[in-house]
Ligand binder design. Structure first.
Ligand code: NDP
Length: 331
């Protein structure tokens, strides 16, 4: 057991809700890890769209002011009293909470971290934990994608989208992806999308109908929300699955049951947190992601890295759709 003294570290703090400008680089005090806790010096921090929702107030942060960030990889620098199973020097990763990863160091519950295989570097691990576990539960548990399914992935060149396309392709699905630009279309193709639709230029509903000979797709993974939700429902085949897992364009309008009755559709609004409740589920999801990276099924696109102090710039780029693949902050 080792312990570090309480001291100041640098972190991003949000004092008022808003856009990228509310992310401030400040000194914060970090305490000692208590029972069941560890103190981690972060090496790489994953940026996720959920961080934008918290800064804007779409989701409510647990405290105010707060340090954003739901994912990081780092080295254990102190462990709480009596803790076994974790030691100083371990490289660990966590994703999905607690909040506060946009910091040089943070205190975490030991139960929330997983060991990172030595073959996977911290930047790759921080790019693929939250987004990869999301792809894992969406494709393998929420709706089980199988060989021969036809699927539609909205925002196919995004962090989660890129991993969804690669993994679904490996599972034998016919993958249709939507993106906003030609550059993103090229990436989505490379990630195994059989058909890419530039939804800023083309009507994705009619294109999907054309591609599927009027039948529609088995499942839609929609993280864009407001702008695509209605069209996504229209792309589904009879008894298809609508998986609405985000709202990068805004919260979708309420859905009347009659919208589902028209085709006996299923609708779910899942979150990673509810698919990693038990330690076994967390280790299972992370393990499958790390194994898929190691085997080459998933190529992690770390397309954007920023120094941690420039988190505001990272958010500005993510919010304005300038990024593709994963975005990582380096302390
Ligand atoms: P992305 O890298 O996918 O970034 C968001 C993308 O959404 C943009 O690049 C853009 O792609 C597209 N987009 C469409 N309309 C807009 C808009 N008006 N403003 C901004 N972006 C828009 O982010 P992440 O990979 O971090 O997350 C993807 C989604 O998955 C998010 O909605 C997130 O909340 C959700 N998510 C949900 C989880 C869950 O547990 N339910 C867990 C993890 C992520 P393009 O330019 O091609 O249109």
């Amino acid at each position: 057991t080792a312990s570090a003294s309480s001291e100041m570290v640098k972190a991003i703090r949000v004092h008022e809700l808003g856009g990228p400008e509310v992310l401030k680089w400040e000194d914060v005090e970090i305490g000692e890890p208590k029972e069941g806790e560890i103190r981690v010096k972060n090496k790489a921090i994953g940026v996720n769209f959920i961080d934008v929702y918290f800064c804007k107030g779409v989701y409510k942060a647990p405290t105010m002011p707060f340090t954003p960030g739901m994912e990081a990889v780092g080295e254990v620098v102190a462990v709480g009293p009596g803790l076994t199973g974790r030691k100083v020097g371990d490289i660990v990763a966590y994703a999905g909470g607690p909040m506060g990863s946009y910091a040089e160091e943070q205190i975490l519950p030991a139960s929330k971290v997983v060991p990172v295989p030595p073959s996977i570097g911290p930047v790759i691990a921080a790019s693929v934990m939250l987004k990869g576990m999301t792809a894992q539960f969406l494709l393998r548990r929420c709706f089980k994608v199988e060989n021969g399914h036809t699927i539609l992935v909205q925002a196919a060149a995004g962090g989660v989208g890129s991993l969804l396309c690669q993994w679904a392709n490996a599972l034998g699905a016919i993958v249709i992806g939507t993106v906003s630009t030609k550059e993103k279309a090229a990436q989505a193709k490379d990630d195994g999308c059989h058909h890419v639709i530039i939804y800023k230029e083309e009507d994705f509903v009619s294109r999907v109908k054309e591609i599927t000979s009027g039948n529609g797709v088995d499942v839609v993974y929609d993280s864009v929300g407001k702008d695509t939700f209605q069209g996504s429902l229209e792309c589904l085949k009879i008894r298809g699955y609508m998986v609405s897992f985000g709202q990068s364009s805004g919260t979708p309008d309420p859905v009347p049951l009659s919208a589902l009755a028209a085709k006996s559709l299923f609708l779910t609004r899942p979150t990673l947190m509810q698919y990693t409740i038990s330690r076994d589920e967390l280790l299972g999801a992370a393990g499958e992601v790390f194994a898929s990276v190691a085997s080459g099924v998933l190529k992690v696109r770390v397309n954007h890295t920023y120094p941690l102090c420039e988190a505001a710039k990272a958010h500005a780029d993510l919010e304005s759709r300038k990024t593709s693949g994963s975005v990582v902050l380096i302390p």
